[in-house]
Design a protein around this ligand. Structure first.
Ligand SMILES: NC(=O)c1ccc[n+]([C@@H]2O[C@H](COP(=O)([O-])OP(=O)(O)OC[C@H]3O[C@@H](n4cnc5c(N)ncnc54)[C@H](OP(=O)(O)O)[C@@H]3O)[C@@H](O)[C@H]2O)c1
Length: 272
């Protein structure tokens, strides 16, 4: 790397840091003028403001759910044996941590916790850890997993009310019991139960089954799909919905897009 190139990268990183702190301040209810402190477009910070600005401007009391998946060109989110690290690149990983930092709660399905043993904390950028939520209706996940014992952030396990009672513990996590409806726990009921605890901004981080349940129930305001330039040819699917007869019956949300290094993020906007 040339000396000048290194300097330019350091300048870009510093500019992005300033922009990110301005966005966080605005997310926490800071003065609307705070984004004016963001550096000029040529330093890359304007793209961050464009990507996250609409999300930080959602009124604090308004329930809002946004999901994200990284997938291959052929629509796979992991190999068949559940390996998904690292399908997308560094920029998308950083993006995921930023999305956590903007959320009140981050939610994943049981199979993601079993495959990845994730921490679901904010480590790649500044920001507070969200409350961690895992859907495990049958309470099958072993309490030795990190979420249930690391104490890094409050953790909720959504279980079926015929399996457990709200307030009971699973490891260090608190159980939130909800009724099953048609074999699954209704994503809309999950959103309501979390909002009742002040967890209005929900980031659904995967996997494909969990996000598909939310999408089928029309319980998402936005869906972000980061497409990585790789063909896996097999593996676990991303979004899967009930069959339709013709393409015209598909969902046609408004779209935004952003470039994240070699990946492209498509954001589907369902909220009006
Ligand atoms: N590329 C990415 O962006 C990304 C992100 C996250 C995860 N991943 C990968 O994706 C894989 C896991 O994804 P997945 O699609 O197989 O599974 P998943 O969505 O992580 O978990 C699905 C399971 O969660 C429970 N669940 C979810 N929603 C529910 C609901 N509404 N009601 C009741 N139970 C519900 C069910 O557990 P039970 O069947 O046990 O009841 C369901 O089988 C892993 O390999 C992980 O590494 C990739």
């Amino acid at each position: 790397m040339q000396e000048g190139e290194g300097l330019a990268r350091a300048e870009i990183a510093a500019a992005e840091g300033v922009a990110w702190h301005a966005l966080l301040a605005r997310r926490r209810g800071g003065a609307p003028a705070s984004l004016a402190a963001a550096p000029p477009a040529e330093l890359g910070a304007a793209a961050m403001v464009a990507l996250y600005g609409p999300l930080v401007d959602i009124p604090p009391g308004r329930p809002f759910a946004i999901a994200h998946l990284a997938q291959s060109l052929d629509g796979r989110i992991a190999t068949s044996n559940g390996a998904s690290r690292w399908l997308s690149g560094e920029e998308d990983l950083l993006h995921t941590h930023r999305m956590r930092a903007l959320a009140d709660a981050v939610l994943v399905g049981a199979r993601t916790v079993l495959c990845d043993d994730p921490q679901l904390t904010v480590r790649r950028c500044a920001g507070d850890h969200p409350v961690r939520v895992v859907i495990d209706a049958e309470l099958r996940l072993p309490p030795r997993l990190r979420l249930f014992r690391d104490g890094a952030a409050p953790t909720l396990v959504i279980a079926a009310s015929d399996r457990a009672r709200s307030g009971e513990r699973h490891g260090e996590a608190e159980i939130l019991a909800l009724p099953r409806a048609g074999g699954v726990i209704d994503p809309a009921a999950i959103r309501r139960a979390l909002a009742a605890r002040g967890l209005n901004r929900l980031f659904v981080e995967g996997g494909g089954i969990t996000i598909s349940h939310f999408l089928a129930a029309r319980a998402l305001d936005r869906l972000q799909l980061t497409i990585a330039p790789v063909l896996l040819g097999s593996g676990r699917p991303g979004v899967a919905l009930p069959e339709i007869a013709e393409p015209g019956h598909g969902m046609r949300p408004r779209m935004r897009r952003a470039t994240l290094g070699e990946d492209v993020l498509f954001e589907c906007i369902f909220d009006g």
